[in-house]
Design a protein around this ligand. Structure first.
Ligand SMILES: Cc1ncc(COP(=O)(O)O)c(C=O)c1O
Length: 482
């Protein structure tokens, strides 16, 4: 019997084959009877189970320590706790949250290289021993506050192929790492391993190869200095969902597994963990927003001329919806972010489209969700869905202008709940074949049919833009390095 009950999570079962889409439609029909058509999320916790099974199947040597910063919603974190993952916490609050769910301190890594001393003391009081560092100042701080900590040296990586790079701020070079290992020894601190992060939403699995090889160099140096090097932490960066030609989880596993076997074979006894964030919650959450305003703007003569005689329609559509960049869409401030709207109303495949801009609801002129996207004409009061919205949305949103965060409705099928019960009772990594073989892709949550075809068309518009933005970012980074 599981120690967890559905009541602990507060989700509703998806009964009689009902789908997330059915739940969304029902909620919309309820809200449509009122004036209060607030944005809302539907979160399918069964997706967390599927993601977990997939991880265990494709990277069985690597234990995930979920990065709570990505989405700290209690039901989600509880689902992962029940599945037996570890947790990457970055602050006192995150430690408190995870501990409040009954998670043992040994399943937590304090993976923030720059810790506030009071948070460090709190971690010490909670017995959270594993923690990262990447400079001498942090070593001195830890030597002062927490002599018994088990330290993990974070090294820098080539993150130029990631949507959200991190090495500008975190990670020591290999040379600096060697110095830090010596310094830790002088301070009588216990270094147990090496960690890295290749940048969030990485599109190049080879970034891990180089980082793992660098970690090996520092493992050897640590061992030479008498450190008991037993932990490799390969960080986050794994895709939240597969986008062919951009990132496919299986391809990451295919690159990482043999690299680990080469540099850290099972016979080495080194424990391997990771800190996936977006990998787990992205596909769990669908956001429904309401169109609260619409403007039709004529395109300028200049734009008509620039269109080179193409069939450009005369109008440009501007929509205003009840969420935005100060809420769930903060991540669009990064030029590489993928946002993909899915109009709720049924559409014809060959319907005429318009250049459309979607604004958020605040009084900020920068509150712009997406620009110049070809969409059919939408009307005020209509609903738009944004799928794959579980990563860095709920944790980054604010209530700027007094707009409250959307409600979240949690659901799960009975078969997925059964997996949670079985896995938490087995207390081990376990993946039934039939579930793990599922291929979650950007559009696969929609049943084959016209709606999916349309969504695929939108994806075809959006994905090349990201690839282009990432190429630009890479070029800029290369120039900066010269
Ligand atoms: C230290 C650390 N670990 C893990 C993560 C999670 O990364 P991702 O969501 O790319 O898996 C982050 C994200 O910023 C991070 O800073």
């Amino acid at each position: 019997m599981s120690a967890f009950t559905p009541e602990d999570f507060g989700f509703a079962f998806l009964e009689d084959g009902a789908t997330v889409q059915d739940v969304i439609e029902q909620r919309i029909s309820e809200l449509s009877k009122t004036d209060a058509r607030e944005a809302f999320y539907v979160a399918d916790l069964g997706q967390v189970v599927r993601r977990y099974l997939r991880w265990v199947r494709f990277m069985p040597r690597v234990t995930p320590f979920y990065a709570v910063k990505c989405n700290d919603s209690r039901p989600l974190v509880l689902a992962l706790a029940a599945l037996g993952t570890g947790f990457d916490c970055a602050s006192e609050y995150e430690v408190e949250l995870v501990k409040s769910l009954g998670v043992d301190s040994g399943r937590i890594i304090y993976a923030n290289t720059c810790k506030q001393p009071s948070h460090l003391k709190h971690a010490a009081a909670q017995g959270i021993q594993m923690m990262t560092f990447d400079d001498e100042g942090e070593l001195l701080k830890i030597a002062n506050c927490y002599k018994d900590a088990k330290l993990v040296l974070r090294i820098e990586t080539d993150d130029s192929d990631s949507m959200f790079p991190l090495s500008n701020k975190f990670g020591a070079t290999v040379e600096m790492g060697k110095f830090l290992l010596k310094r830790a020894k002088e301070l009588a601190l216990d270094v147990i391993g090496v960690s890295f992060h290749v940048g969030s939403a990485c599109k190049n699995p080879k970034a891990y190869t180089k980082a793992i090889a660098d970690a090996r160099i520092l493992f050897d140096k640590g061992a030479e200095l008498g450190c008991n090097m037993t932990l490799l932490d390969i960080g986050g960066g794994f895709p939240g969902y597969d986008i062919p030609d951009l990132f496919v989880f299986k391809e990451f596993a295919a690159e990482i597994n043999p690299t680990l076997d080469k540099y850290f074979p099972a016979s080495s006894g080194v424990r391997i963990i990771s800190e996936p964030g977006r990998y787990f919650p992205s596909t769990v959450y669908t956001l429904a927003v309401n169109i609260i305003g619409k403007k039709v703007a004529a395109i300028s003569e200049k734009e008509k001329q620039d269109s080179d005689g193409e069939d450009v329609h005369k109008n440009r559509m501007m929509y205003y919806v009840n969420d935005g960049i100060h809420g769930s869409f903060k991540f669009v401030l990064f030029p590489n972010a993928l946002v993909l709207p899915n109009p709720c109303q049924k559409r014809q495949l060959n319907e005429r489209t318009y250049s459309s801009t979607i604004f958020g609801q605040t009084c900020d002129g920068h509150d712009l969700i997406m620009e110049d996207f070809q969409l059919p004409e939408l009307r005020e009061g209509e609903w738009l869905l944004f799928h794959n919205m579980g990563a860095y949305t709920i944790t980054t949103s604010t209530t700027f202008n007094g707009f409250q965060k959307p409600d979240i409705h949690y659901v799960m099928s009975r078969s997925m709940w059964q997996h949670i019960e079985d896995i938490s009772a087995a207390k081990g990594l376990y993946a039934p074949e039939e579930e793990a073989s599922e291929e979650p892709e950007i559009c696969s949550f929609l049943k084959p049919g016209p709606a999916r075809k349309l969504y695929e068309q939108y994806a075809k518009q959006a994905v090349p833009r990201i690839i282009e933005a990432m190429e630009l970012q890479r070029k800029r980074e290369m120039q900066d390095r010269v």
